[in-house]
Write a protein that binds this ligand. Structure first.
Ligand SMILES: [Zn+2]
Length: 248
């Protein structure tokens, strides 16, 4: 049976001489494993559409619950990722996160939109990688039900949290004076405002926020650590990215 899916290729593994096994995120069917037979041969018509970090319309053939790619039309190649090592490394981290959180055989329109928007902004250089990364991480956690408790100080209840800090173990924001035991990451009022924005902003406007460099560093630290805390695992692509930017 044939079906068509818009798919973002998250990962490709070489298989046999010229095949690719793909992990793809689709809006309608979530995460799918796809075989792309012959995709690595020079004559293949599906070579471009089945590369990692490509968004493509794929014609799939399904048999006994296995999918193979028969045709592919590239919709967005994210060319800017392929000519810049830092952007490519960060895009690969986004892909590993999406693979971790996307469900199988269930619609994932929000994750798809988040992934496409952030990869596009990264590829086109619309914002700094640090800003896109923080937005991606915090919004992904929000979509997955791990939104930080950002509305009030979790201890005294005030909305204008005084010298806010982020409690890493439970994702609560509290005033410095209300700080509890456990690991706390510093925020600033502007960094907290940006964090609140990322939790509530419409998807289309996710990246349309202004934040100064120092506030962005605080926000980015909270975003990354919160994702790692919620995930309970490390991401090899993140380790690679961080080593890379340290040496740039
Ligand atoms: Zn307080």
């Amino acid at each position: 049976m044939f079906r068509t899916e818009n798919a973002l290729i998250l990962r490709e593994v070489r298989f046999k001489e010229s095949d690719r096994i793909l992990t793809a995120l689709t809006a309608d069917a979530g995460k799918l494993t796809l075989a792309a037979h012959g995709a690595l041969s020079k004559k293949s018509r599906i070579a471009a559409a089945t590369q990692q970090l490509t968004y493509a319309e794929l014609t799939l053939f399904e048999k006994n619950g296995r999918y193979s790619v028969r045709e592919g039309v590239t919709k967005e190649a994210f060319q800017g990722l392929r000519t810049d090592l830092e952007r490519l490394a960060l895009g690969s981290y986004f892909a590993e996160c999406l693979e971790q959180y996307a469900g199988e055989e269930q619609p994932e329109p929000d994750l798809m939109r988040l992934g496409l928007n952030c990869l596009y902004a990264l590829s086109e250089g619309l914002y700094s990688p640090e800003k896109i990364k923080a937005a991606f991480e915090l919004r992904l956690m929000t979509e997955e039900g791990y939104a930080p408790a950002e509305e009030f100080c979790a201890v005294c209840g005030r909305q204008d949290i005084k010298e806010p800090v982020f409690m890493l173990e439970d994702g609560q924001t509290v005033c410095r004076g209300c700080r509890k035991a456990g690991k706390a990451l510093p925020l600033s009022e502007n960094a907290l405002a940006a964090l609140r924005y990322l939790v509530h902003a419409p998807a289309k406007k996710l990246l349309s926020f202004r934040v100064g460099d120092e506030d962005l560093h605080l926000l980015a630290d909270v975003a990354e650590n919160w994702l790692l805390q919620c995930s309970g695992r490390s991401f090899s692509t993140l380790t690679y990215y961080k080593n890379l930017i340290r040496n740039l």
